[in-house]
Write a protein that binds this ligand. Structure first.
Ligand code: GDP
Length: 288
């Protein structure tokens, strides 16, 4: 993450989002489908409590489909509608408008009854850095960002992006911070590449990733790296075997752990290990 977050920045980000909420009907909360909890802002429920919301599980193309469906059910149970989308190709985006219309039908009917002319639904995209906010805005707007300028009744200059006739987005998304203080959250975000590797130790991230893969997707490791057997206790033998098999060695034949780490993370992030999800609703039911 290029942005440095300090308490002052967090408060400012929150203020900026709260300010934008005034102008919109609905919030599209973007999370990463591979880690839907860790890629959320810890205070999001409180921050957007006054507005209807749809959780968009973005990058669903890279996530484990079965777990994505579990997450959709999890949010539904909490009365938050959720959709799986892929902002890069546009998969699932049509449902966003359809669902928004359903959620806002009553409000718009009420406005119509008062004689207010029908208008497009106004929405704000919110999410932590790198979750895909700009990609989604560009995709929805067909890369054709048409700024529509000031709206009557909107005092501060807000720029809107038209999405067909039925939807308008604020052109700058709301950016909020993830749950930094939780080390596991940091490791998951770093594994998926949401946080720059330089912030956390490369080998530490890889140790987390390999442990996770060993426990949850061992067959992927077997397939990709030809691993026959796993050591129950220790992760180093697995690290060593991958390094050796892929020729990540230093002089003297020692394993180059940095090089092995870079290789594993690069392959994981480019789906060479298949579609992966790093947390399930069951992990959080335990906590709750
Ligand atoms: P922002 O910081 O939230 O605006 O995130 P960006 O829109 O810049 O996206 C961060 C990275 O995620 C970019 O490399 C995008 O190409 C990628 N990305 C965004 N959405 C998707 C998606 O649905 N699927 C995949 N595979 N990649 C995505």
């Amino acid at each position: 993450m290029a942005i440095q977050w300090f308490p002052g920045h967090m408060a400012k980000a929150r203020r900026q989002v709260t300010e934008k909420l005034k102008y919109i009907d609905i919030v599209f909360e973007l999370v990463d489908a591979r880690l839907p909890m860790s890629s959320r802002n810890p205070m999001i429920d409180e921050i957007v409590s006054m507005k209807p919301r749809i959780v968009l599980l973005n990058k669903a193309d890279m996530a484990d489909e079965k777990v994505t469906n579990e997450w959709i059910a999890y949010f539904k149970q909490k009365d938050i509608p959720a959709l799986a989308i892929d902002s890069q190709t546009g998969t699932g985006l049509k449902q966003i408008i359809t669902l928004s219309k359903v959620i806002l039908r009553e409000k718009f009917d009420r406005l119509a009854a008062k004689g207010v002319k029908p208008r497009a639904i106004r929405a704000l995209i919110i999410g932590i850095p790198n979750v895909g906010k700009s990609t989604l805005i560009n995709r929805l707007a067909n890369k054709n960002i048409a700024k529509t300028g000031n709206r009557p009744g909107v005092t501060t200059a807000q720029q809107w992006v038209k999405v067909g006739k039925e939807l308008e987005l604020l052109d700058t998304p709301g950016i909020l911070w993830p749950k930094f203080e939780d080390q596991l959250v940091g490791l998951k975000l770093a594994t998926t590449g949401a946080i720059k590797d330089t912030i956390l130790n490369l080998q530490e991230i890889t140790v987390y990733a390999l442990k996770f893969l060993k426990e949850n997707y061992p067959e992927r490791l077997k397939e990709r790296y030809g691993i026959e057997q796993f050591d129950d206790e220790d992760i180093v033998p697995l690290f060593d075997e991958i390094g050796k098999k892929r020729g990540c060695l230093m002089s003297g034949g020692y394993i180059d752990y940095d090089k092995t780490s870079e290789l594993v993370l690069r392959e994981l992030r480019s789906e060479k290990l298949g579609r992966l999800t790093f947390e399930t609703p069951a992990d959080f039911h335990k906590e709750e």
